[in-house]
Design a protein around this ligand. Structure first.
Ligand SMILES: Nc1nc2c(c(=O)[nH]1)N[C@H]1C(S)=C(S)[C@@H](COP(=O)(O)O)O[C@H]1N2
Ligand SMILES: [Mo]
Length: 390
């Protein structure tokens, strides 16, 4: 198999996880999608410092070894770009034309942001916390060079699972994923998780940066009319990985397989329809169901007659929020989480294998991958009982 990220734009790199090859819960680092607005910055880890400034008692400038003295925490989280799936919208929406693969799932390790903010000592009046990357450039509608920068509301910044991540799947971050340090905001769209961090500033007012207020915003209906809102938490979504659009299947058992996620909540259930949404059957969830994390699912579809079929999946979160069937126009080119049909043909001449055996391999592989790639061996039952963090 051609195991590579799929390039959408080469310079700067924007590339997708080859989702159709997914066979494990965790996305290997080399296959994990990349979303870069500017060229990847060159960083010398020896001279790199993280500065913490603004409304703090003690401004800090920390090296990597200073950070290593702070507490460590590990969190599993799915990261998705807010523009994932944009190419499926009609009419066409301007921006990177992502297919379905601007998403990945990893084990992230680093320092809880809260520990760092406590060391610096936040002064009263804090509203937001600003995160600035070392990467710098301009956009067509913003010719002045700027750094990539975003803020988090204080409450999210202080959650126990918001990390300054140094490691991804047990390995130091790769340069393209933000080495030496990135923010990891589990349950939120990827844009919040600023890479190549160089500066944190505690602010007493809202931030008006380009990637905060000009991009990555949506409209939301309020009693007073439409209001602009910054993209943050991820909603409920599922993606069918197999079969793929336009595939021809045989009579017999076909395995419909995919992933589902629900932002800061665990996935509650996934339903599958093979008749374009008229009737639904519950799919089987495979492996962990935990906050921030996608859950694999499968449905063994018994096809008795040839024909053309429209397959849909619809996920619900643990609290019962349900994935929508249509894209809400107020969301523009972001938060594309509606159920997208897979149109397949079933022909009598082809024989489908019973893929139940493959399903078992999948669960086995997931544990094998985790054991090889994380520093502590992973006991799925034990580790996932209590939430996303271990
Ligand atoms: N410094 C910096 N951080 C960034 C970005 C960026 O362009 N520069 N892109 C953001 C967006 S939009 C996403 S979806 C994620 C993607 O992270 P990845 O490239 O490691 O998959 O990084 C976020 N952090
Ligand atoms: Mo993104």
């Amino acid at each position: 198999m051609n195991e590579e990220r799929r390039i959408v734009t080469a310079v700067p790199e924007n590339s997708e996880t080859p989702l159709e090859q997914a066979s494990s819960w965790v996305t290997p680092n080399r296959l994990f999608f990349v979303r870069n607005h500017f060229d990847e910055p060159r960083i010398d880890a020896a001279t790199w410092r993280l500065s913490v400034e603004g409304l703090v008692e003690r401004p800090l400038a920390l090296s990597l070894s200073d950070l290593a003295e702070l507490p460590e925490r590990t969190v599993f989280a799915t990261m998705e770009c807010a523009g994932n799936g944009r190419s499926f919208l009609t009419p066409h929406v301007h921006g990177v034309q992502w297919g379905a693969g601007a998403i990945g799932h990893a084990e992230w390790t680093g320092v809880p942001l809260k520990a760092l903010l406590e060391r610096a000592g936040m002064r009263p009046g804090t509203v937001d916390v600003l995160f600035e990357g070392c990467d710098r450039g301009s956009e067509a509608d913003h010719p002045e060079p700027m750094n990539f920068a975003r803020t988090l509301p204080l409450a999210k910044a202080l959650e126990r699972d918001t990390l300054l991540a140094t490691h991804m799947n047990g390995q130091p971050l790769e340069p393209i994923h933000g080495f030496p340090l990135r923010l990891l905001v589990p349950g939120w769209y990827g844009v919040a998780s600023v890479k190549w961090l160089s500066r944190i500033e505690v602010l007493d007012q809202a931030f008006d940066g380009y990637f905060q207020t000009k991009k990555y915003t949506i409209q939301q209906q309020t009693p007073a009319g439409a209001e602009t809102v910054v993209v943050g938490p991820m909603p409920v979504k599922s993606e069918i990985i197999r079969p793929q659009e336009g595939e021809t299947l045989g009579l017999g058992t076909s395995r419909v397989f995919g992933v589902a996620w629900a932002g800061q909540e665990p996935v509650g259930r996934v339903e599958v329809s093979t008749d374009g949404g008229r009737s639904w059957t519950e799919a089987e969830l495979i492996g962990p169901r935990t906050p921030y994390c996608w859950t694999l699912w499968e449905y063994l579809w018994e096809v008795g007659a040839p024909g053309r079929f429209s397959i849909l999946a619809r996920a619900a979160s643990a609290s019962g929020r349900v994935q929508p069937m249509e894209h809400d126009e107020l969301l523009g080119g972001y938060m594309i989480h509606f159920s997208r049909p897979r149109n397949v043909a079933v022909e009598p001449a082809r024989r489908s294998r019973d893929e139940r055996a493959d399903a078992e391999t999948l669960v086995f592989d997931m544990n094998a991958f985790a054991e090889e790639n994380v520093r502590r061996p992973l006991d799925v039952e034990l580790e996932f009982a209590g939430g996303g963090g271990i």
